[in-house]
Ligand binder design. Structure first.
Ligand code: ISJ
Length: 364
């Protein structure tokens, strides 16, 4: 679907876009205190969750509609624009009624097309900017689908928030970033404003800067970070929230990079290095093609001798020696195994094709 998108801010050239505020609005005092501390930091949008989707019942589920009045006060007192999460039609009506400037759709809503459609229908006819978080599962289609549903409701000021993806297993992240999914979205929709929610990716304070910097290095348009006057006392997501002073330090230390430049010397050097990369890619794939020809021959030979394709001893041997080789070349074990697994699978597919081709010949 072709989309003509506009900037979510009045100043389309403003980068980075800084969104900060508490995970949840808890009390009027807490909201106003955070806002007063953040206002001098020139942030673009003040965030606070009013309705909180929680994993299990019994946790704090947000103060609800009364909290919208506090956000209105934030606007009146500080002049900052405000944003909150909406998940249902009623949330949209209330948020618009209370002059919320920007809406965001949360990860647990993006996964459900029924909910996204309900929100889209409620927004229809109102030109309010909408930020769409990635779905909790790594499904780019759902993310794109949510963007399209909101766009079809007539909203042109759309941005996305990358907050990472659920993962069952050991990881230093609360939600693993899987940067490639966001990069693919950006490739398909280059005009889409992309914000990194480092708080939900990290789930802890000590890595917030690192992830925010990585997003800047990947040319994201901005960050969304949870800020609380006394993070340890927060009613939700206490572990990942930081104080306004810590947030200021984080932003001050971030290095913002330009998407590109017209500096001739830079472009020439880049072009030269890229030619070398092109050459290497060429060689790599020529070699891989040749490797698959050998796999085809092995497949034929195995077929004639009725030997199975998978040979775990050999596969293990390749893994071990290549991981060691990779290590010596500064390549991470994760990278080497990912590449090797893909090569191994392609080799198996080639041998499968060889074997089934021979089989059909016999059958015919
Ligand atoms: C090519 C073979 O078949 C499979 C593919 C391998 C590979 O591509 O390196 C290794 C072991 C087998 O699981 C083989 O047995 O050598």
């Amino acid at each position: 679907m072709e989309m003509k998108l506009q900037s979510i801010l009045d100043n389309p050239h403003k980068r980075p876009i800084i969104i900060a505020g508490p995970c949840s609005a808890e009390t009027e005092e807490q909201v106003l205190q955070t806002a007063r501390d953040l206002a001098p930091q020139n942030i673009d949008l003040f965030r606070a969750g009013i309705w909180k989707p929680r994993t299990r019942p019994g946790s704090f589920e947000g103060v609800g509609t009364p909290g919208l009045k506090w956000l209105k006060k934030v606007k009146e007192e500080t002049g900052m624009k405000v944003t909150t999460e909406v998940a249902k039609a009623e949330h949209v009506y209330q948020a618009i009624k209370h002059n919320i400037d920007v809406l965001w759709i949360g990860a647990r809503t993006t996964v459900n097309p029924f909910s996204v459609q309900e929100v889209a229908d409620a927004i229809e006819g109102v030109d309010i900017p909408v930020l769409i978080k990635n779905p909790i599962n790594p499904d780019l289609g759902l993310w794109v689908g949510a963007i399209e549903r909101i766009y079809k409701a007539g909203v042109t000021k759309i941005g996305v928030i990358h907050r990472g993806f659920s993962y069952h297993g050991d990881t230093p992240f609360r939600n693993v970033p899987r940067w490639q999914i966001a990069i693919e979205l950006k490739r398909r929709f280059p005009d889409l404003v992309m914000i990194c929610d480092n708080s939900h990716i990290c789930g802890r304070r000590d890595t917030l800067f690192e992830v925010a910097q990585q997003a800047m290095d990947l040319n994201y348009d901005g960050i969304m970070t949870e800020v609380h006057p006394t993070p340890d006392d927060a009613w939700s997501d206490a572990k990942q929230q930081i104080t306004p002073a810590q947030f200021q330090e984080l932003v001050n230390n971030l290095v913002f990079r330009d998407a590109t430049t017209d500096d001739i010397e830079f472009l020439e050097t880049l072009d030269h290095l890229r030619k070398e990369i092109d050459h290497i890619d060429n060689e790599l794939f020529n070699l891989l093609g040749h490797r698959m020809e050998l796999a085809d021959s092995i497949g034929q030979y195995k077929k004639r001798n009725n030997i199975s394709i998978l040979q775990t001893t050999r596969w293990n041997e390749i893994l071990e020696k290549t991981i060691a080789l990779g290590q010596a070349k500064g390549l991470s074990q994760e990278f080497v195994t990912t590449v090797l697994r893909a090569i191994h699978q392609e080799s198996i597919n080639h041998q499968e094709a060889v074997m089934s081709a021979e089989e059909s010949k016999i059958g015919g």
